[in-house]
Design a protein around this ligand. Structure first.
Ligand code: HPA
Ligand code: ZN
Length: 329
């Protein structure tokens, strides 16, 4: 079996995926038409042309614009169901997905509409495809902590559906320390915590996420290589880093996939794995990320195995389930 076939056929876990980031241009038009929402694009070609980003903020502007077509529970259901079908195609057997309630509640959509649509679609996928899942609610870090408390209070009412909380959106100027009290309350309410840190931001933000937010995983974290002490801490404490290679290229964190630090991270015994972040915007789902990264960095089949094992190990599955999947790789 060649390495591409191996990637496609292996069971996989995805740990860094924003459900709003799976909104394909075709769906954007479909939802815009049925909800009578105006979007600033004439056709699909027009949308694809706009997906040319210079950094994280230039992406977020378009991403929040796109999310405005999501209005009803059915929209959130259809969006999530379409992603579940992609999981089946890519042989993803377990997925931990992010959603950003404030992107929707800030424009008058109710929290319940968002979470119920997403959760019902994931439950259907669990029943029909055997896809296991966890849902993680992200706070938007460009907003203030009070706005975060409002959605955390809603999440507490949906604890049966939401496994953990995370932190995303515009990183620079919005350090994890801004949300220390909010994360403390989330932990008191039995949510596990993760945070985007060290995507564009400095190693200091990763330290803060670990020390102040008590995160179990760092999302992205590629900037950790600038700080030897931090590398030591991450590897000693086995803190996973959910790396997203195609995202990093689209948002110009690295100039070229050949310059990506993933292989260096593995060489330093960091627990890194490959994820797709916002696949509709960044050029591909999980298999595409793995295939392109393997080619660009000349990864061996053993490197790929390590990446796939790391993703199951770093998941929030129970130990028995982790072992079961790892044995099937
Ligand atoms: N970084 C920060 N916020 C995000 C991202 C990301 O990669 N994707 C969606 N929201
Ligand atoms: Zn992300």
């Amino acid at each position: 079996m060649n390495i591409t076939e191996f990637i496609k056929k292996s069971p996989k876990a995805e740990l860094h995926l924003h459900i709003e980031g799976t909104l394909e241009p075709e769906q954007m038009f479909l939802f815009a038409n049925r909800n009578k929402i105006k979007i600033p694009f004439k056709n699909i070609e027009d949308v694809k042309k706009a997906y040319n980003f210079s950094d994280l903020d230039s992406f977020l502007k378009i991403y929040y614009e796109g999310a405005k077509v999501l209005i009803n529970e059915k929209d959130f259901f259809d969006l999530t169901w379409a992603y579940a079908k992609k999981c089946k195609e890519d042989n993803i057997v377990h997925t931990e997905i992010f959603f950003d309630p404030q992107t929707h509640t800030e424009r008058g959509i109710s929290f319940d509409v968002v979470i119920n649509g997403i959760h019902k679609a994931m439950q259907k996928a669990e029943k029909e495809f055997g896809l296991s899942f966890k849902i993680i609610m992200c706070f938007l870090r460009h907003l203030d902590e009070d706005s975060g408390f409002k959605v955390l209070n809603k999440a507490i009412l949906h604890k049966d559906k939401i496994y953990g909380v995370g932190l995303d959106s515009s990183e620079l100027g919005h350090p994890p320390s801004k949300f220390e009290k909010l994360f403390k309350k989330a932990i008191e309410n039995n949510f596990i915590t993760v945070a985007h840190a060290g995507e564009e931001g400095p190693p200091e933000y990763i330290w803060e996420a670990l020390n102040l937010l008590n995160v179990k995983r760092i999302d992205h974290g590629v900037q950790c290589l600038k700080d030897e002490k931090l590398i030591e801490k991450l590897s000693k404490n086995k803190i996973p880093l959910t790396v997203c290679p195609l995202s990093n290229i689209k948002l110009r964190v690295f100039d070229n996939l050949k310059d990506h630090s993933l292989k260096k991270m593995l060489d330093k015994k960091l627990i890194a794995m490959v994820n797709s972040d916002d696949p509709a915007y960044f050029g591909g789902y999980l298999n595409q990320n793995l295939i392109e990264t393997q080619e660009a960095l000349n990864l061996t089949i053993d490197d790929i195995k390590t990446l796939l094992i790391n993703s199951f190990k770093s998941s929030f599955l129970n130990e028995e389930k982790k072992k079961e999947w790892i044995n099937k790789i």
